[in-house]
Ligand binder design. Structure first.
Ligand code: FES
Length: 128
C-alpha cells in the first residue's frame, strides 16, 4: 500500500469531504454493505442536468468513507450520463491502493448507491 494514499484514506475517514445532508435532493439513495451492515446514503441536487451539490452520510470503514468522499468530489458539475459511465476503475484509481476482494464491496458501495439513486430518479422522470 502506498503510504501517501493510505494517509489520504485515513485523513478522509477522519475529515470526510461532502459529509452531510441536502434539503430536497433530486437524487437520493442508500444501501448497505451486506458483509458488515454499514450504510451509505448519497443525496444530489441537480441544476440543468448537472450535479450542483452532493452530500453523503452514514457509517462505514475508512475505505468506504474515503471512497464516498472522493466520489462526491469527482462528480461535482458532471452530467447524469457521465455519472452513469463511471465504473469500478474510476473509484480504484482515485483510492490509489490495492483493494482486497473483501474490501471491494466497501470501496464500491458509494458508486452503487449513486447509480441506484440515478436510476430511480430517471425512472420517476419517465413516469411523468
Ligand atoms: Fe463496512 Fe467497509 S467494513 S463498509
Amino acid at each position: 500500500m502506498s503510504d501517501m494514499y493510505a494517509e489520504m484514506i485515513i485523513d478522509l475517514y477522519r475529515h470526510p469531504m461532502n459529509y452531510g445532508k441536502i434539503e430536497n435532493p433530486d437524487i437520493k439513495a442508500q444501501d448497505t454493505n451486506p458483509i458488515c451492515g454499514d450504510i451509505i446514503e448519497i443525496q444530489v441536487k441537480l441544476n440543468k442536468g448537472r450535479v450542483k451539490e452532493v452530500k453523503f452520510n452514514g457509517k462505514g470503514c475508512a475505505i468506504s468513507q474515503a471512497s464516498a468522499s472522493l466520489l462526491t468530489e469527482m462528480i461535482k458539475g458532471k452530467k447524469i450520463d457521465e455519472l452513469l459511465k463511471m465504473d469500478k476503475k474510476d473509484i480504484l484509481d482515485a483510492l490509489g491502493i490495492e483493494i482486497s476482494p473483501v474490501r471491494l464491496k466497501c470501496a464500491l458501495l458509494p458508486l452503487k448507491v449513486l447509480k441506484m439513486g440515478i436510476y430511480s430518479y430517471l425512472g420517476e422522470l419517465n413516469k411523468v
